[in-house]
Design a binder for this molecule. Structure first.
Ligand SMILES: Cc1ncc(COP(=O)(O)O)c(C=O)c1O
Length: 306
C-alpha cells in the first residue's frame, strides 16, 4: 500500500493492529511520533533499550516478547533513529522466531534503512529472516516534502488496512506517486549522492563536536542521519532551552524516550552543510557555557516545555 509518508503508515498499522489494553513493544529511545501514534490506540508501550555503544538489549528484547506477548512490536533494525545502530542477523532471526510463536506482529520502520554511510557488512533486510510488516518512505532518501511512503505486508493485512484507511483518507496523491515513480530509474545514484552528503555531514559534526565538547561522548555511526550523544550530565532539556535562546531548535533527549528518560542525551542530525553545522555548534557552545554559569533549573518542568 502506498501511503502519505511513513508517519501515515505507522499510524494506520498501529490503529489496525492495536486496541486499548494491548501492549506494544517499542525501542527506547525511538522516533517520538511513532510513540504518539501507538499511544493513541490506547495500547501500553513496553520499552526495550537500544544504546549507541551496544545496540539492542538482546535478552530484554527476547524476554519482553516472551513475557508480554505484545500484539505488535515497532522496531527500526537498520540505522535506528536516533542511535544509528543496525540489528545483527542473529537477533533479527531470533526476534522474528519468538514473535511468530507469541503471535506478535513485528513492524519494521525502514525509513532510514537506505542511509548507509560506511561500507559495513549490512545484514539482509528484516523480512529475509521471517514474517514482518515493513514500512518505508522517500522522506529521508529524497525529501521529506515528497509525502510518499509505503507498507509491505501480506495481502490479508493490506485488505484490512484498506478498510481501516477510508474513514480518514481516500488515497495517496497520484502526482507525488508519479514523481517518485519517475525517480526510481535514478534511485541508485540518488542513494550514492545522499550517502556522500551524509558522510561529509557526519565526519564534520563528529570532528567539531569532539573539539568543542571533549567531555561529551560522540559515537561514530555507520549510517542514518543522527548522532545520539551522551552529555555526561542530565542537562539535555536545559541545554536545548538555552540553545533555543541562541536560535537553535533541538529536541531534548527525553523526547525520544518514555517516562522522562534520556536527560543525559542529545540527538543531533548531521544532514546539514558544514556551514550550518558550524553555526549550530557555535550556538551550542554558547548555550553550554550559559548552563555552567546559570542556576540549575528544575528539569522536569523544562522537559514539558521543549
Ligand atoms: C524513523 C522514522 N520513521 C518515520 C518518519 C516519518 O517519515 P515521513 O516523513 O515519510 O512521514 C521519520 C521522519 O523523521 C523517521 O525518522
Amino acid at each position: 500500500m502506498i501511503t502519505i509518508g511513513a508517519q501515515h503508515a505507522i499510524a494506520l498499522v498501529a490503529r489496525t493492529l492495536l486496541g486499548r489494553g494491548d501492549s506494544a513493544l517499542v525501542e527506547s529511545p525511538s522516533y517520538p511520533h511513532a510513540y504518539e501514534a501507538l499511544r493513541l490506540t490506547g495500547a501500553r508501550l513496553v520499552p526495550v533499550s537500544v544504546t549507541a555503544d551496544d545496540g539492542w538489549d538482546e535478552s530484554a528484547l527476547e524476554q519482553t516478547l516472551q513475557r508480554a506477548s505484545p500484539a505488535m512490536g515497532y522496531v527500526m533494525p537498520d540505522f535506528h533513529n536516533p542511535t544509528g545502530r543496525t540489528m545483527s542477523p542473529e537477533l533479527r532471526e531470533s526476534m522474528l522466531a519468538i514473535a511468530l510463536r507469541q503471535g506478535t506482529t513485528i513492524v519494521a520502520d525502514e525509513t532510514t534503512a537506505e542511509l548507509a554511510i560506511d561500507a559495513v557488512d549490512t545484514p539482509l533486510p528484516l523480512a529475509a529472516y521471517g514474517p514482518a510488516v515493513l514500512i518505508g518512505s522517500v522522506g529521508k532518501t529524497v525529501w521529506g516534502g515528497v509525502r510518499i511512503g509505503w507498507i509491505r505486508a501480506e495481502r490479508q493485512l493490506i485488505q484490512k488496512l484498506t478498510r481501516a484507511r477510508s474513514a480518514g483518507d481516500l488515497g495517496t496523491p497520484v502526482l507525488e506517486q508519479l514523481v517518485v515513480a519517475n525517480l526510481l530509474d535514478d534511485f541508485d545514484s540518488i542513494l550514492v549522492q545522499r550517502s556522500e552528503q551524509l558522510r561529509r555531514g557526519r565526519d564534520h559534526l563528529e570532528t567539531v563536536l569532539r573539539r568543542a565538547f571533549p567531555e561529551w561522548r560522540v559515537p561514530h555511526v555507520a549510517g542514518g542521519m543522527t548522532a545520539w550523544i551522551n552529555l555526561g550530565a542530565p542537562v539535555s532539556s536545559q541545554l536545548t532551552l538555552a540553545a533555543r535562546n541562541e536560535g537553535l531548535l533541538l529536541a531534548a533527549g527525553p523526547r525520544f524516550g518514555i517516562d522522562g528518560a534520556f536527560e543525559r542525551f542529545l540527538r543531533l542530525p548531521f544532514g546539514y552543510s558544514a556551514e550550518e553545522t558550524d553555526r549550530a555548534v557555535a550556538a551550542l557552545e554558547t548555550a553550554w557555557g550559559s548552563l555552567a554559569r546559570g542556576p540549575m533549573v528544575d528539569s522536569s518542568f523544562l522537559a514539558e516545555v521543549v
